[in-house]
Design a protein around this ligand. Structure first.
Ligand SMILES: C[S@@+](CC[C@H](N)C(=O)[O-])C[C@H]1O[C@@H](n2cnc3c(N)ncnc32)[C@H](O)[C@@H]1O
Length: 385
């Protein structure tokens, strides 16, 4: 499996602080315990206190904005064909001379770009990760989520205090009447951007799910809220006996058909258009929902879990793929951030723990449960009927 992994139980701060960042602050002289009159007795015998984690996180948005901007401007795609000097790359992207060295060298220092030599003749080139995940021409491109983070969520998160005080969404729906999907889907470029973002967010999870789940007892799969059909594509590619249906809103169906055809899998993956709150789900041995339950409040979550139960045969399985929060709600930073993001996007929607999933599915009638760790902070929660 590729990508950085972190599991429940590992003590990690999150995406930003796990990169090269912490080295910067920890190189400063540590604060001596004797200087701290109010120091907790428990800490007196242990390592000196240091604000590295505080500062890393506080300044994290600078680094984030540089990386997101680089993806939006196509830095990694521009370097697809080889090495370029700063002047050449800056000219290709339309940058002001003042900005060139600082922008590209920041990316080098953060290890998102490589550089051959120093000074004006130095040439920049992609790291192996940059080439694989951030060059738009790569089949494993995940930059779509970075593009959406930059275009939408960066500014919506500026209103986090308002979301925390009011419990209301802070996105496009704040000043309009429409729900998030209605709003995004009324504008084809924004629909495409959202679909690209979902691909970027889910690709590594779906690859891991397709490799780690035991498909041997299941012949049919329905992916509910299937977006571009990516989960069906990854599972069908690896399991030749499997037939899939990718179910989503009618506006999304043509996009899914296009991606499934491009993967050469139209004979084994079909699409279905519908509304999962109004229509019954297509029947299948396996029902999957990638980042679907977290988009809704508890009442709607329960509706979807019941709909999945009704569409499955005895022995069938329901799978939710999410940044599942650890049961004690202490460790999976990204899962908790994702839940705050659901506050920003929907207001009453929220992410949840494996224990929550088990309780809700048990109430509906599922009898056996399992959690499969996927990429990074995500997991597949499985309930068997
Ligand atoms: C957060 S995205 C997840 C996409 C994909 N499953 C993934 O994990 O990458 C939610 C998906 O649910 C779909 N969706 C939203 N409301 C729906 C509804 N009422 N009926 C069917 N699909 C819906 C959206 O179109 C979108 O593709």
């Amino acid at each position: 499996m590729t990508g950085s992994c972190w599991r429940e139980g590992e003590d990690r701060i999150g995406f930003v602080a796990t990169h090269s960042a912490s080295r910067d602050w920890t190189s400063a002289a540590p604060i001596q315990m004797t200087d701290l009159a109010t120091t907790d007795k428990r800490h007196r015998m242990s390592a000196p206190l240091h604000p590295a984690a505080i500062l890393d996180t506080a300044f994290g948005f600078w680094r984030s904005k540089v990386l997101l901007t680089a993806v939006e401007m196509g830095v990694f795609t521009a370097l697809h064909d080889g090495r370029m000097t700063g002047i050449e790359l800056g000219a290709r992207l339309g940058l002001h001379p003042r900005a060139i060295a600082d922008f590209f060298d920041s990316l080098v220092a953060m290890r998102f770009l490589n550089r051959d030599g120093d000074g004006p003749d130095a040439r920049y080139f992609n790291t192996p990760e940059g080439a694989l995940f951030l060059d738009e021409a790569s089949p494993r491109y995940i930059g779509g989520i970075l593009v959406m983070l930059n275009a939408r969520l960066f500014r919506f998160w500026n209103d986090l205090p308002e979301a925390l005080r009011t419990g209301r969404a802070q996105n496009e729906s704040k000043y309009g009447q429409k729900g998030v999907f209605e709003e995004l889907y009324s504008d084809p470029p924004r629909l495409e951007q959202f679909m690209g973002a979902m691909t970027g967010l889910s690709r590594l999870n779906f690859e891991a799910f397709a490799e780690r789940f035991d498909f041997s007892k299941f012949r049919t799969l329905c992916d509910v809220g299937g977006a571009t059909g990516l989960l069906s594509i990854e599972c069908t590619r690896r399991h030749p006996h499997l037939r899939c249906v990718s179910f989503d809103l009618p506006e999304v169906e043509p996009i899914a058909r296009k991606h499934i055809a491009a993967a050469g899998l139209s004979d084994r993956i079909s699409t279905a258009g519908g509304d999962f709150f109004k229509d019954p789900l297509p029947r299948a041995d396996l029902i999957t929902m990638g980042m679907i339950l977290h988009d809704w409040n508890l009442e709607k979550k329960m509706h979807l879990i019941r709909a999945a139960y009704d569409a499955l045969p005895p022995g069938g399985a329901f799978v939710a793929i999410e940044s599942l929060i650890d049961d004690a709600r202490r460790k999976n930073v990204q899962g908790l951030m994702m839940s705050l993001n659901m506050l920003i996007e929907f207001g009453d929607a929220f992410d949840y723990t494996g224990a929550d999933f088990r309780k809700w599915c048990g109430e509906v009638g599922f009898t056996r449960f399992e959690i499969i760790p996927l990429a990074g902070p995500s997991s597949a929660a499985v309930a068997y009927k």
